[in-house]
Design a protein around this ligand. Sequence first.
Ligand SMILES: *[C@@H]1O[C@H](CO)[C@@H](O)[C@H](O)[C@H]1NC(C)=O
Ligand SMILES: *[C@@H]1O[C@H](CO)[C@@H](O)[C@H](O)[C@H]1NC(C)=O
Ligand SMILES: *[C@@H]1O[C@H](CO)[C@@H](O)[C@H](O)[C@H]1NC(C)=O
Ligand SMILES: *[C@@H]1O[C@H](CO)[C@@H](O)[C@H](O)[C@H]1NC(C)=O
Ligand SMILES: *[C@@H]1O[C@H](CO)[C@@H](O)[C@H](O)[C@H]1NC(C)=O
Ligand SMILES: *[C@@H]1O[C@H](CO)[C@@H](O)[C@H](O)[C@H]1NC(C)=O
Ligand SMILES: *[C@@H]1O[C@H](CO)[C@@H](O)[C@H](O)[C@H]1NC(C)=O
Ligand SMILES: *[C@@H]1O[C@H](CO)[C@@H](O)[C@H](O)[C@H]1NC(C)=O
Ligand SMILES: *[C@@H]1O[C@H](CO)[C@@H](O)[C@H](O)[C@H]1NC(C)=O
Ligand SMILES: *[C@@H]1O[C@H](CO)[C@@H](O)[C@H](O)[C@H]1NC(C)=O
Ligand SMILES: *[C@@H]1O[C@H](CO)[C@@H](O)[C@H](O)[C@H]1NC(C)=O
Ligand SMILES: *[C@@H]1O[C@H](CO)[C@@H](O)[C@H](O)[C@H]1NC(C)=O
Length: 396
Amino acid sequence: MRLTSLTFPFLSLGLATAQSINTTYVAGLLSALNGAGLTSLVSAASSLNSSTVGQQLLGELSAGSNGTTKFTIFAPNNGAFSGVPSNISGNPSLLADVLAYHIQTGNISTNEIASYPNTTIGRTLLNDSTYVQLEGGKNQVVAWSKQSNGNTTVLNQNTVVNVLSNTVYQNIQLYIIDGVLDIPGSLDAAMAANNLNTLRTVLSTITVGGGSLFTQLNSTRGFTLFAPTDAAFSAVQDQLTSLGSNMTALQAVLGNHIINGSTVYSPTLMTQNFTSGAGESLSSHANTSGVFIFSGNTTAEVSKPDVILDNGVMHIIDHVLLNLQSDSSAASSAYASATSAAAHTSTEQGPVGSTPSATGSAGGGGNGGKSAAVGLGVGSGWGMIVVGLVAGAFIL
Ligand SMILES: *[C@@H]1O[C@H](CO)[C@@H](O)[C@H](O)[C@H]1NC(C)=O
Ligand SMILES: *[C@@H]1O[C@H](CO)[C@@H](O)[C@H](O)[C@H]1NC(C)=O
Ligand SMILES: *[C@@H]1O[C@H](CO)[C@@H](O)[C@H](O)[C@H]1NC(C)=O
Ligand SMILES: *[C@@H]1O[C@H](CO)[C@@H](O)[C@H](O)[C@H]1NC(C)=O
Ligand SMILES: *[C@@H]1O[C@H](CO)[C@@H](O)[C@H](O)[C@H]1NC(C)=O
Ligand SMILES: *[C@@H]1O[C@H](CO)[C@@H](O)[C@H](O)[C@H]1NC(C)=O
Ligand SMILES: *[C@@H]1O[C@H](CO)[C@@H](O)[C@H](O)[C@H]1NC(C)=O
Ligand SMILES: *[C@@H]1O[C@H](CO)[C@@H](O)[C@H](O)[C@H]1NC(C)=O
Ligand SMILES: *[C@@H]1O[C@H](CO)[C@@H](O)[C@H](O)[C@H]1NC(C)=O
Ligand SMILES: *[C@@H]1O[C@H](CO)[C@@H](O)[C@H](O)[C@H]1NC(C)=O
Ligand SMILES: *[C@@H]1O[C@H](CO)[C@@H](O)[C@H](O)[C@H]1NC(C)=O
Ligand SMILES: *[C@@H]1O[C@H](CO)[C@@H](O)[C@H](O)[C@H]1NC(C)=O
């Protein structure tokens, strides 16, 4: 197809958007995508004009047309689009959100992509509060890495999505991929998808702030959960059973698996120490064999890093961090710092956690969707939030 024969209908529209759309620039981008054979993506992108979310997206991309901002785009090939259900492809607003999830801010070059189990995290343009409820109104991220089989893979997808090739259009680093990416879902869905059945039961049993820890986490804004596998729980069943209905002890143990108020992806995890939701130190160490987490005198290896959630992140681990210690004042102050840090979101220009933030401008700060800090230590320490023990209900 000759590029000059293409028509981009939205170009003729005078749309009122926050950021103006540079039609020359967008047309050039679509031509480049067409030139790469990505006709289905071009067709999907041509519907962006018909939704507010899509218009915002075109405006955001256009802001980079003078070269100030760089972007990295995952561009699904035609085969990828054939698998997209019509309830997504026929819904322009949802399709715009899906496409926004394919665009990362900053130039993430091939030599910055980490080898698994380390991951590369990119901050995407997806900020629709229907689909993302991170602390401070932060945009959703995408996780990807180089696999031992030599492929570069986008993580957390229902079907494996590989990078096929890469190219550059002006300020945009383009990676052609063989799947359309799934927008991350809830903790509830991710626990089911990863068979974390015992963890779900345990979290459902523990009561904090008037609800179960499970429902609280599933609806809070911003947290990191170290999620032991079913096998990990089986291995410490005797120790957990011996805690019986001691809710203080159970809260401490599970609280030591959480960073309350902060969504910490593995690149950041590896360079800092944290205070857990129970007020204890959480540290990590990475080497060529893996990433390890330390709490009290227990250690676990991360068996699956960076399971991205709509409101946080989960790292699956192979041992329960059986630390019964807690410090409610340390938990409170860590939560207060996390909340205050979240209010000053910045725009990453490259992989999250591996380069200093480029700008310090305030983020969206959206308050729609999930409420901030439900239950988990608002003004009080973790160990202090016992509201109605579920007596004797801790049965594995
Ligand atoms: C629009 O994009 C074109 C092509 O990328 C660029 O040359 C031009 O400077 C941009 N215009 C504005 C106003 O940024
Ligand atoms: C956007 O472009 C399509 C063609 O791709 C056109 O049919 C539609 O009318 C345009 N949207 C609006 C809101 O005009
Ligand atoms: C490029 O565009 C952005 C957003 O419109 C603006 O903030 C920036 O100052 C521009 N830079 C140059 C060099 O024109
Ligand atoms: C689309 O429809 C499928 C069933 O065909 C359903 O499983 C899925 O949840 C729907 N997706 C959306 C976004 O509505
Ligand atoms: C690696 O990626 C290629 C596409 O580039 C794909 O055909 C192949 O099946 C992938 N290999 C594995 C082991 O997933
Ligand atoms: C991104 O960085 C790589 C490596 O520095 C470079 O080769 C590439 O051209 C850059 N891409 C863009 C869009 O600037
Ligand atoms: C978890 O949150 C999701 C929305 O993010 C919701 O659909 C789901 O029903 C919630 N699950 C529970 C058990 O509250
Ligand atoms: C419950 O566990 C806490 C923390 O390990 C411990 O300090 C307390 O003595 C225990 N209470 C009972 C009744 O065993
Ligand atoms: C984290 O804590 C451990 C153990 O206390 C310490 O050895 C390490 O230096 C700390 N790391 C950082 C980045 O502060
Ligand atoms: C992961 O990162 C750590 C720290 O930078 C490094 O020591 C380790 O070798 C990396 N692991 C892999 C598999 O690349
Ligand atoms: C560490 O383990 C020892 C025995 O193995 C135990 O007595 C002690 O309480 C543990 N310390 C912590 C902080 O969990
Ligand atoms: C998402 O980002 C766009 C572009 O910066 C902005 O116009 C919009 O208000 C943001 N939406 C939310 C919900 O923060």
